[in-house]
Design a protein around this ligand. Structure first.
Ligand SMILES: *Cc1c(COP(=O)(O)O)cnc(C)c1O
Length: 436
C-alpha cells in the first residue's frame, strides 16, 4: 500500500517512508491511496475473533504487503497486549474502556504500534531516529512509555507548562534513558508549531533523522481502527448490530480512525464528535464554515485543540462533501461546568467514574439518544483515559472511588528531568543542536 499527501495526491510513498517522514514535505498528511473493504463475512463474524486477531486482519488489509505477515503479526501481538473492554452501563449505553495500556490512555494503541513499526524498519543499522512530539497531556506519556528503551531511537517531548496533570507530567518527565522532556512556556498549539517548524528546517534535517509521534503519523492512526472493530465484536456477542460511537475529540485522530474503520466496512450508524469549548469542528458541522481558532484551556486538556490536524484526513475521506459528512458525524460541544455536571451525573447514575474527556462523550451520546428516541442502536462512548490522571478535577466523594493502578504508585517521588524553554523556534532549535 502506498500513501499519498492530502496536499497533492500525486505525491505517493511506501508505508516505511510515510512512517519516517511523518509529514509529507508539502505540509499535507499521509493517507492510504485506496481504502480496502473488509469482507462481509469477516465483519459479520467479528464476534468470533480476539482483539489481536482483529487487529492483524485489519492491519494486513490496510498495509497490504508493506510488512510480511509473520512480522506484522509479531508486531501486533507485542503492541496490542492489553484489553479494550466494552462495559454496559444501562440499556443501549456502553463505555469502551481504552485506558488499560501502560500510560492509561487510548494513545497507547497508536504509540506502541508505531514504536514497534519504526524499530522494525530500523533493523538494518540505520541512522538513529529522533522522534519529536508535541503533547497536550496524554501523547507524551504514551510515546515515552512506548519508546522507552527501544534501541536506536530518541524521543523529545514538548508539553505546555502548567497545562498537564501531575501524573501526566511524571509519565513524561521521569523516564530518562532515551526520553527527553521540554516544558514550553506556551500552549499546546505553540508546542505543535515548534514541532512543525523543526520538520521543515533544513539545518535540523541535515543533522538529525527527524520523525513525529503525534497523531498526525499514519502509524498512530491505523492501530486506532482496531478497537472500533473490536468494540463492534463485543456488541455482536450481546446480540446488537447497530452502533453509534461518541468520541471525545481534540486533534481528531481517534474519531478519524473510527471513520476509517467505517470506510473499511464497519457498519456504524453515526459518529458523535464531542468537544470541549474548542469547538472548531462542531461549529463547522453546524454552519458550514471551517474556522480554526487559538486553543482555550479547559478541564479536558487533552482536547484543547483549536486547529485539529486530523480534520483534513476526515475531509479527504468525504472528498470535502459537507453534506455527506453531516450525515455520518454530529458535533457536540460542552463547557467546563457541563463537564463537571456530567462527571457527577455518571457517578450518580452508574456508580462509575469517568475522566473529564470521557464525560463529554457520555453527554453527547445522551443528547443524541434524546433526539433519536426511535433509534435501536447501541450507543458506545469512548473512555479515552483513566480518571486517576486528572485527580484535581473530581469532588472528594468521587475521587476516593478511583482505584489508582499500581504503575502510578510506582512513579511517585521520582524526580522530573524536564528542560524549560520559551515558545520561540530559535531557542528550541539551538537546544536541539546543542544537545545532539
Ligand atoms: C488525546 C486525547 C483525546 C483527543 O483525541 P484526539 O485523537 O486528539 O481527538 C481525548 N481524550 C484523551 C484522554 C486524550 O488523551
Amino acid at each position: 500500500m502506498n500513501f499519498y499527501s492530502t496536499n497533492n495526491p500525486k505525491v505517493q510513498v511506501p508505508f516505511k517512508d510515510a512512517v519516517f517522514n511523518s509529514l509529507p514535505q508539502d505540509g499535507g498528511l499521509y493517507m492510504p491511496v485506496s481504502i480496502p473493504k473488509l469482507s462481509e463475512d469477516f465483519i459479520n463474524n467479528l464476534d468470533k475473533y480476539t482483539l489481536p486477531e482483529i487487529a492483524f486482519e485489519v492491519a494486513k488489509n490496510i498495509l497490504a504487503g508493506s510488512i510480511p505477515e509473520k512480522d506484522l503479526k509479531a508486531i501486533i501481538d507485542d503492541a496490542i497486549n492489553f484489553d479494550a473492554p466494552v462495559v454496559k452501563l444501562e440499556e443501549d449505553v456502553y463505555v469502551l474502556e481504552l485506558f488499560h495500556g501502560p500510560s492509561l490512555a487510548f494513545k497507547d494503541f497508536g504509540a506502541r504500534f508505531m514504536s514497534r513499526v519504526m524499530s522494525y524498519f530500523l533493523r538494518d543499522g540505520e541512522k538513529m531516529l529522533d522522534v519529536l512530539v508535541a503533547t497536550s497531556g496524554d501523547t507524551g506519556g504514551a510515546v515515552a512509555l512506548g519508546f522507552l528503551g527501544v534501541p536506536n531511537t530518541r524521543v523529545t517531548i514538548l508539553y505546555p507548562k502548567g497545562k498537564v496533570s501531575p501524573i501526566q507530567e511524571q509519565q513524561l518527565t521521569t523516564n530518562g534513558q532515551n526520553i527527553r522532556a521540554i516544558e514550553v512556556d506556551g500552549t499546546f498549539d505553540d508546542c505543535q508549531a515548534l514541532v512543525k517548524a523543526a520538520f521543515v528546517d533544513t539545518e535540523l534535517n541535515a543533522q538529525f533523522r527527524l520523525t513525529s509521534a503525534n497523531s498526525i503519523n499514519i502509524a498512530r492512526l491505523i492501530p486506532q481502527t482496531f478497537y472500533y472493530f473490536n468494540a463492534y465484536a463485543q456488541l455482536l456477542r450481546q446480540g446488537k448490530s447497530e452502533v453509534v460511537f461518541s468520541v471525545p475529540s481534540g486533534n481528531f485522530g481517534n474519531i478519524g480512525a473510527g471513520i476509517l474503520a467505517w470506510k473499511m466496512g464497519l457498519p456504524v450508524k453515526q459518529f458523535l464528535a464531542a468537544t470541549n469549548a474548542n469547538d472548531t469542528v462542531p461549529e463547522y458541522l453546524n454552519t458550514g464554515i471551517y474556522q480554526a481558532k487559538p486553543s482555550v484551556a479547559t478541564l479536558s486538556n487533552a482536547m484543547d485543540v483549536g486547529a485539529p490536524s486530523n480534520w483534513v484526513r476526515i475531509s479527504h475521506l468525504f472528498e470535502d462533501k459537507l453534506g455527506d459528512l453531516k450525515k455520518l458525524i454530529t458535533g457536540y460541544t460542552y463547557n467546563d461546568a457541563q463537564t463537571l455536571e456530567s462527571i457527577e451525573a455518571v457517578f450518580a447514575q452508574y456508580n462509575y467514574v469517568v475522566c473529564p474527556h470521557t464525560a463529554i462523550a457520555w453527554r453527547a451520546l445522551k443528547a443524541w439518544q434524546l433526539h433519536h428516541p426511535e433509534s435501536k442502536a447501541a450507543g458506545i462512548f469512548l473512555s479515552t483515559a483513566h480518571p486517576c490522571k486528572f485527580p484535581e478535577v473530581f469532588a472528594p466523594e468521587i475521587s476516593t472511588k478511583i482505584v489508582v493502578p499500581a504503575s502510578v504508585l510506582e512513579m511517585e517521588g521520582k524526580a522530573s528531568l524536564s528542560v524549560p524553554l520559551g515558545k520561540g523556534f530559535d531557542g528550541f532549535k539551538a537546544w536541539l543542536l546543542g544537545n545532539g
